[in-house]
Design a binder for this molecule. Sequence first.
Ligand code: SF4
Ligand code: SF4
Length: 122
Amino acid sequence: MSAPFGRLSDDDLATCVHCGLCLDACPTFRVTGLETESPRGRIYLMTQWKRGTMAFDEEQVRHIDLCLGCRTCEAVCPSGVPYGRIIEAGRADVERRSGALRVMSRPRSGSASIGSPSSSAA
Ligand code: SF4
Ligand code: SF4
């Protein structure tokens, strides 16, 4: 089995120097004012996931989901951060990881769960 977040490139992630010059160009940051909804925040999140130092849960994944993928941040970044490539790799890794979590949390065959057809009264 390949490493978690193996599609994300350490080299690509390391190109961000956290200068923040992309923030005002990012529509989701401009609307929310939240670092977590900025290119810098998303790169930080994906870097921490790759290092295994940040929780992988729905709340965090939402920050990746909310990215519009417009790549405006890439156009204004003075360090040449390949944001488009990073977010594509990150989303592929999120998809793969989420799928693994779904499989792990699926009820075992024959066991009933709340709301499942087998647990409702006939
Ligand atoms: S993505 Fe580019 S502009 Fe944005 S914080 Fe990183 S280095 Fe700075
Ligand atoms: S791709 Fe667009 S929405 Fe996503 S972080 Fe960059 S500027 Fe913001």
